[in-house]
Design a protein around this ligand. Structure first.
Ligand SMILES: *Cc1c(COP(=O)(O)O)cnc(C)c1O
Length: 523
């Protein structure tokens, strides 16, 4: 343990000689330890040197602050460096290929960003008079037209703010439709395949439904025998939530039969459209019998994810569900575009509101920009290239890793941990990949595959980038197959080494306490 000039302990960063420090990708750390801002700042440092105003009259009365707040002070370059250093500790799509399966981490074109920053879109307020935001409403309406056309469904709710929020929208519409049919209390069972994303069962339960899990078959698809058995007594069936292509990266080849059977049973077909990137421009979910489907604009249509920006999950609806769509929605009338905000007239059967306003305007601008810059032929190519890239990755790695299922995949390649030697786990492979300078792939999901590793390269990667990534993963996979025990300590080159993730989840330390100089902080 050493101390820095401010007397705070610093963690030694040297790696011992037996640790793996050679990487295939040439990854090397060039990063300094960064303390928390209130550890490096002092309350009496300020980036501003204006003199205190003379003759100031305090108008705050009895609520004036009696003590300084103790906010950390830093000079401008110190503040700048603090945040830039923190940002360097983050992996980002602008730094390299982001292989997270199911997440569709594609490049965010800068043209989208330019359009989203135009004052007419960026500087308006949702409570402005509608006559002053006609352009914005027109843009939402045009994006809605694209989404309806691409999915072959007649209506779309634009306000959901993420994929999971879109699921909630679709399932609330289904619940409302069942209530309107007088079957709201009897039809409570929702079928969900074992491979489903966790948000699917969570959404169903949130809407008051009971989840009934369908088995996966040996081909990684819905087990049709199990599915049909669940429909033997259809009286309580509300519907099914199915992902297509599914989370194993495979097209559900029986989807038409599934749709027909669920409709015959009196239920609705919710499709999780998070994987729309694999089929956009090629398949219209409406043609497959889908009643409701969310579209993650932040996946298929290149808007940033999470910390890079809010999500957006517009939800397309079939004719049967359209009357129950949430408020508000846009209609075009004689005086231009208007918002239907109340549950009267056209909105009379709506299930209500999902959020205060109309949805994520900035994401709408980005998504429409992406669509217009690709055109319909370009969007079709998006799906084709996404599937081609995933199959390239699968083909390049199948000699050293174990594909979970036979045959071609759709937009993501799924491997099991079978190829790894005894004692080496998926987690070790993921951590070793960090030392190669890559964010790990999705691990341990879907649950139906042992030690699953799900890789989605997206269409925005070139062959050269795919090769660079495959070289790195191939080398890691070979070490795993050889039982290289140094992998158990990876990552060695990351700012933080192996974390105890179980402890972190079970016993999170939510309050900062000053490090004690005598004890070495556990990383
Ligand atoms: C991403 C994803 C979701 C949830 O979408 P969010 O926008 O993260 O809420 C649901 N289902 C699948 C299959 C997904 O990949």
């Amino acid at each position: 343990m050493t101390m820095n000039s401010t007397g705070r302990p610093t963690t030694p960063t040297l790696v011992s000689s037996n640790e793996a420090t050679t990487t295939v990708s040439g990854s090397r750390g060039l990063q300094q330890r960064e303390d928390l801002i209130f550890e490096i700042g002092t309350p009496d440092t300020t980036g501003v040197d204006l003199p205190a105003p003379k003759g100031r009259v305090n108008r705050l009365g009895g609520v004036a602050r009696k003590q300084p707040t103790g906010l950390p002070g830093l000079s401008e370059p110190e503040a700048m460096r603090h945040y830039v250093r923190l940002s360097q500790k983050n992996y980002a799509i602008d730094l390299g290929l982001f292989p997270l399966g199911s997440c569709t981490m594609k490049h965010n074109p800068r043209l989208n960003e330019k359009a989203a920053r135009m004052a007419g879109f960026a500087d308006i307020h949702p409570m402005q008079p509608q006559a002053t935001i006609q352009g914005a409403l027109e843009l939402i309406d045009e994006l809605a037209t694209w989404l309806k056309t691409l999915t072959g469904l007649p209506a779309v709710a634009m306000s959901p703010k993420a994929g999971a929020h879109g699921e909630l929208c679709g399932m609330l519409a289904i619940r409302q439709a069942l209530i309107a049919r007088g079957e709201g209390d009897t039809r409570k069972r929702v079928l969900v395949p074992a491979s489903a994303h966790g948000t699917n069962p969570a959404t169903a339960v949130q809407c008051g439904f009971k989840v009934d899990e369908i088995k996966a078959d040996a081909r990684g698809r819905v087990d049709m025998e199990d599915f049909r058995a669940k429909l033997e007594d259809p009286s309580d069936i509300a519907g099914i939530m199915l992902t297509n292509p599914n989370t194993c990266g495979l097209f559900e080849t029986d989807i038409k039969d599934i749709a027909d059977a669920i409709h015959e049973a009196g239920g609705y077909f919710y499709c999780d459209g998070a994987n729309f990137n694999a089929i956009v421009g090629r398949v219209r979910p409406g043609d497959l019998g889908v009643d409701a489907m969310h579209i993650n604009l932040h996946k298929t249509f290149s808007t940033p994810h999470g910390g890079g920006g809010p999500g957006s999950g517009p939800t397309v609806l079939s004719e049967r569900l359209a009357p129950f769509a949430p408020l508000p929605f846009i209609v075009s009338g004689e005086d231009g575009f208007e918002l239907v905000e109340d549950a009267v007239g056209e909105g009379a059967q709506s299930f209500g509101r999902m959020c205060a306003f109309h949805g994520q305007m900035g994401m709408f601008v980005r998504a429409l920009t992406y669509m217009l810059s690709h055109g319909t032929d370009g969007l079709k190519q998006v799906a084709e290239d996404a599937v081609l890239n995933a199959n390239y990755v699968q083909a390049r790695l199948k000699g050293v890793m174990t594909p979970a299922f036979d045959g071609y995949c759709m937009h993501e390649a799924l491997f099991s941990d079978k190829f790894a030697a005894e004692g080496i786990e998926t987690l070790d492979i993921a951590k070793a990949l960090i030392d190669e300078g890559y964010h790990p792939m999705t691990v341990y999901f879907p649950l139906v595959v042992h030690g699953a590793m799900l890789i989605e390269p997206t269409e925005t990667e070139s062959k050269a980038e795919l090769d660079r990534f495959c070289d790195a993963l191939e080398a890691v996979a070979k070490r795993a197959a050889a039982g290289d025990q140094t992998m158990k300590g990876a990552p060695y080159l990351a700012p933080m080494k192996r974390l105890d993730e179980t402890q972190a989840a079970r016993k999170p330390v939510l309050k900062w306490t000053a490090p004690q100089p005598e004890t070495v902080a556990a990383e």
